[in-house]
Design a binder for this molecule. Structure first.
Ligand SMILES: Nc1nc2c(ncn2[C@@H]2O[C@H](COP(=O)(O)OP(=O)(O)OP(=O)(O)O)[C@@H](O)[C@H]2O)c(=O)[nH]1
Ligand SMILES: [Zn+2]
Length: 200
């Protein structure tokens, strides 16, 4: 057996056990009174296991893995990427929540910046884990400060939670907005500039 690896923190220990995931889906089908061996469902446990492997791929990645490419361009003013589409899984119901993330930062004094796609990759690392929207938002902002040594960071996420739309309270269309603001972006003027760019 391979040594367990601890990557994602928050108590996560392990690797993806595809066989176990398949068995769990098979059990779920039996629990609801279905026949997992009927023609249409035969491949379903394997398909669902693969789908969860993809939806939870961030569990086996660290933010350091994606914020690798950095350039010293001497650019020390705000960089903002808007409308990064996200799909995450709410950790309470394992149902998706989806929407957009806006990610901005003020680089370190040295002007150390990262590739624009890396900001979207950073979002993916944390979105593809069992999440709550608040933690997803703060983990992205904190990584920018910790890894890029950003002097300021702002992350705003707007999302619709399937656990509120298709079950329970059943309010499709309700959107939740969360934000995390760090360092110099907490300054009222800079924050207002970032928010006007986000809302533009
Ligand atoms: N704060 C926060 N809450 C979330 C998020 N995703 C889901 N929830 C909420 O988690 C709560 C779980 O509440 P519980 O009472 O334990 O579960 P439940 O009986 O299924 O709750 P209902 O959804 O109200 O039917 C619900 O109110 C969900 O709306 C999230 O990202 N952030
Ligand atoms: Zn939920």
């Amino acid at each position: 057996m391979t040594d367990p690896v601890t990557l994602a923190g928050d108590g996560f220990i392990g690797e993806f056990d595809e066989k176990r995931a398949e068995n769990a889906v098979r059990e779920l089908l039996i629990a609801v009174g279905e026949d997992p061996d009927r023609e249409g469902l035969k491949e379903t446990p394997a398909r669902v296991a693969r789908a969860y492997r993809e939806l939870l791929a961030g569990l086996w990645q660290e933010p350091e893995d994606v914020l690798t490419t950095t350039f010293d361009l001497g650019h020390d003013e705000m960089v903002l990427v808007k409308d990064i589409e996200i799909v995450s899984l709410c950790e309470h119901h394992l149902l998706p929540f989806h929407g957009v993330a806006h990610v901005g930062y003020i680089p370190a004094e040295t002007g150390k910046i990262t590739g624009l796609s890396k900001l979207a990759r950073l979002v993916e690392v944390f979105a593809r884990r069992p999440q709550v929207q608040e933690r997803l938002t703060t983990q992205i902002a904190d990584s920018l400060v910790r890894i890029l040594e950003a002097r300021g960071a702002i992350v705003v996420i707007e999302a619709e939670h399937m656990c509120m739309s298709v079950r329970g309270i059943r309010k499709p269309g309700a959107k939740t907005t969360t934000s995390a603001v760090r360092g110099q972006l907490r300054d009222a003027t800079t924050r207002a500039e970032a928010m006007s760019l986000i809302l533009a």
